[in-house]
Design a protein. Structure first.
Length: 335
C-alpha cells in the first residue's frame, strides 16, 4: 500500500522580500497587499454593517481599546516594557480633553489633539523615574498610577470629584465619531509598523535585547525609552480624549482596571509583536464583552477562560498563526 505524508512548503514570496517594491509581478504584489486591503476595507465598511446605533457605538469603543492594545504591544514587544498603565493614559487624556472643552471652550477637534500631546508629555514625566525598571517591576509601578490618581481625585474632590466633569461636547455626528477613531487606528497601526523598521525602531529593539551594548555605543537608553513611552502614552491619551467626547462625561471610572486588563487579553488573543494582532483581538473580545454585559463582573471569568485557552492551545495568537498559514501551503507526497 502506498504511503503518503503531508509536506509543508513556503510560498517563497515572503522569503524573497518583505517590501512591496522588490516584487516582480502583479500577482506577487496582490498576494502581499490583499490582507492589508481586506483589513482596511473591512474596518471602513463596519459602520454600515452594524444593525443599529448601539452597535455602531460599540465599533467606536472597539477602536479605542485597539489604540490601547497597540500601545501595550508597542512597548512590550519592541522595547521590553510591560505596561499595565492603560487606565493611566486613558484617565490623563480624558480629563485633559474634558477640562479643555468645558473650561477653556475648545471644540472637540482642538481639545483632542492638544490633550493627546500634553497628556503624553505628562505621562512620560510621571514614568521617567521608572524607566530603569524592567519586567514585573515596571508593570507594578504603571499599575499603581491609575489606582493612586483615582483615590487622590476622590479624596480631594478634584475635577468634580465623584461627579466628574459634566457637559463635555460630543462629536458633530455619529459618522464623524466612528470614522475619526477608525482613522486614528489606521494612523497609529501603520505608523508604528513603519516606525519599528526605521533606525529608531532598530535602536528600540536593541535596547530590549541588550541595553548595555546600546549604552556602550554612546547612546542614552533613557532617551530612547522616553521616546517610546511618549508614543505609547499618546495612543492611550488619544483614546481617553475621544472617550470623554463619546460619553460626554469624564470621571474617575476612566481609571478603571478594565482599560489596563482588556488590551492585554486582546494582545494575547490576536498575537503579540504583530501590531495588527492586538487590533484583531479587540474586534473579537470587546463585542463578546458587550454581549455578556448582563452577567456583570462575571465577564472577568470569561476573560480568564479565554486567556487560559489561548495560552495553552494557541499561545502565538491568531495573527501569527494566520500569517504562517497564509505564507505556506501543504501537499501530500509519497514517502
Amino acid at each position: 500500500m502506498e504511503q503518503r505524508r503531508k509536506e509543508r512548503l513556503d510560498r517563497g514570496i515572503k522569503v524573497r522580500s518583505d517590501g512591496l517594491y522588490a516584487l516582480m509581478s502583479w500577482r506577487e504584489l496582490s498576494y502581499l497587499t490583499l490582507p492589508r486591503l481586506v483589513l482596511i476595507i473591512g474596518m471602513l465598511m463596519l459602520p454600515f454593517l452594524m444593525p443599529n446605533s448601539y452597535w455602531q457605538r460599540v465599533i467606536s469603543i472597539v477602536c479605542l481599546y485597539a489604540l490601547l492594545a497597540l500601545s501595550f504591544d508597542f512597548l512590550a514587544h519592541f522595547l521590553g516594557l510591560v505596561s499595565l498603565g492603560g487606565a493611566f493614559f486613558i484617565g490623563v487624556g480624558g480629563y485633559l480633553s474634558a477640562i479643555m472643552n468645558t473650561s477653556l471652550g475648545l471644540p472637540p477637534f482642538m481639545a483632542i489633539p492638544l490633550a493627546t500631546l500634553l497628556g503624553a508629555g505628562i505621562c512620560t514625566l510621571f514614568l521617567l523615574p521608572c524607566l530603569p525598571l524592567r519586567g514585573v517591576y515596571f508593570a507594578i509601578v504603571t499599575l499603581m498610577y491609575p489606582l493612586a490618581l483615582a483615590r487622590v481625585i476622590e479624596a480631594m474632590d478634584l475635577f468634580g470629584g465623584t461627579d466628574g466633569v459634566l457637559g463635555v461636547d460630543s462629536f458633530p455626528n455619529p459618522w464623524v465619531e466612528q470614522y475619526f477613531v477608525i482613522a486614528m487606528v489606521f494612523l497609529f497601526m501603520f505608523g508604528t509598523r513603519r516606525l519599528v523598521n526605521t533606525d529608531l525602531g532598530l535602536v528600540l529593539r536593541a535596547v530590549k535585547d541588550n541595553d548595555q551594548a546600546v549604552k556602550a555605543s554612546g547612546m542614552s537608553i533613557t532617551y530612547y525609552k522616553a521616546i517610546a513611552v511618549f508614543i505609547a502614552s499618546a495612543m492611550g491619551c488619544l483614546s481617553g480624549a475621544c472617550l470623554v467626547h463619546i460619553y460626554m462625561w469624564a470621571g474617575i471610572s476612566l481609571f478603571a482596571l478594565d482599560f489596563s486588563i482588556l488590551p492585554i487579553a486582546a494582545t494575547v488573543i490576536g498575537g503579540g509583536g504583530t501590531l495588527v494582532g492586538p487590533v484583531l483581538g479587540c474586534f473579537i473580545l470587546v463585542p463578546i464583552s458587550e454581549l455578556l454585559r448582563e452577567f456583570g463582573t462575571l465577564r472577568i471569568v470569561f476573560y480568564s477562560l479565554v486567556l487560559m485557552a489561548f495560552i495553552v492551545f494557541r499561545s502565538e495568537g491568531i495573527m501569527v498563526y494566520g500569517e504562517r498559514k497564509y505564507h505556506q501551503f501543504e501537499r501530500w507526497v509519497k514517502v
